[in-house]
Design a protein around this ligand. Sequence first.
Ligand code: UN1
Length: 513
Amino acid sequence: ATDFGIDKSLRALGLADVNNGTSTGKNFFGNGDPVASYSPVDGALIGKVSTTTREDYEKVITTAAEGFAVWRTMPAPQRGEIVRQFNDELRRLKEPLGKLVSYEMGKSYQEGLGEVQEMIDICDFAVGLSRQLHGLTMHSERPGHRMYEQYHPLGVVGIISAFNFPVAVWSWNTALAWVCGDACIWKGSEKTPLTSVACQNIAARVFAENGLPEGISCLITGDYTVGEMMTRDERIPLVSATGSIRMGKIVAQAVAARLGKSLLELGGNNAIIVTPDADIKNTVIGAVFGAVGTCGQRCTSTRRLIVHEDVYDKVKDAIVAAYKQLRIGNPLDEKNHVGPLIDKDAVARYLHALKKVEEEGGKVLVEGGVISGEGYESGCYVKPAIAEAENHYDIVQEETFAPVLYLLKYSGDLENAIRLQNGVKQGLSSAIMTNNLREAERFLSAEGSDCGIANVNIGTSGAEIGGAFGGEKETGGGRESGSDAWKVYMRRQTNTINYTTELPLAQGIKFDL
Ligand code: UN1
């Protein structure tokens, strides 16, 4: 794969030897069978990464625990300084890393760069946060007593991330966990193992240059059985998992069985409500990017468009016309909007959704299908499709990780649209397009959207790192990234100090000896 500078990027990321070889990366023990990474862009083998055996895992967890013992005693602002250095490396390597993300995962180069930008942003955020891990002080009910709370590092944190954001989601977790004083063990997706090794190499270098133990950042590789080693391991107080609802339920149960904490960021079934007062031009931009960006493989992708009958035909025509302009092809070629799906299984699920929506009575407006011929040899390129459907269809109730957009019609009051929008099991992201203040505020009110993210006059995807990211219901309830999401990576301790010569009991209890 010499086109588009892939080899050069691999070299810049220290991955030159992975070309058809086996890489273990830095500080990463892997003696299991190697997993091969094939690019969905051109079907080529990019490299192989060894997987983690049970024995390897024991070494990793020991190394991580040793790393944690040192790291937790370092003042938080000094930990922030390490994250700042890590971020310098990300800035320096933004292009090669963005390119590798694009090549290994299939999203457009612009989106690959955008993903690395999210890493840079969260690191900036984490550096500032390293001086702001604040607790509260309280007034004690007893004289001569002081009460306050403080946040301590939690321990070794497990991170399970998905193929669709192979680097950003790790960094949302790890940048915060690091300034909070935790060591991290990351299991990236087995579909994108090379981006994981690239990130691990950067982190390992920064820790080594600062004379810090390697175990503060660890990587494990493999399928769900490797993830299970972490979810069942009581030495891991927190498991943060991003992926499907099916996976999340398994993780949650395994972690809960040992009373550990889990942070879940699972599927979405995100809708944009388009009211009669919507700006149609902006609606088209928001909806089309939301539905076809990352080839519909974001957890925030727009799956449903809930349009008022008064503007339905206008919106429908404008969106269908916009889809005709879409260029599908090699995502490294910046003239293309849409790259491939991750693999052939994803293509099969996409085709199933198209078949199912018709079987349930839907009407296809923009025909889908797999694209073949020159430039499309990987078999993973598909046409973004649109179908008119109804919210209660089984297939509409599901999250299909592909560029299939369902057009739903509502009539009457906004309440009807909100009912449809909330009428799914998932609760991640939502949006309304309207210039009507009353409608916008109702959508954001307690009787409005039930999602973790609710936007006005922008689409459902592309959240900034500064806000807490996550959703309700089957999306899992976790919050990552900005706001006060850092608190989950620390343990809170309430301290009461008596500086008198007496020992009065709380609640006025008398206990005379
Ligand atoms: C994901 O798809 O798992 O809001 C994360 C967005 C991105 C993150 C998506 N910032 O679309």
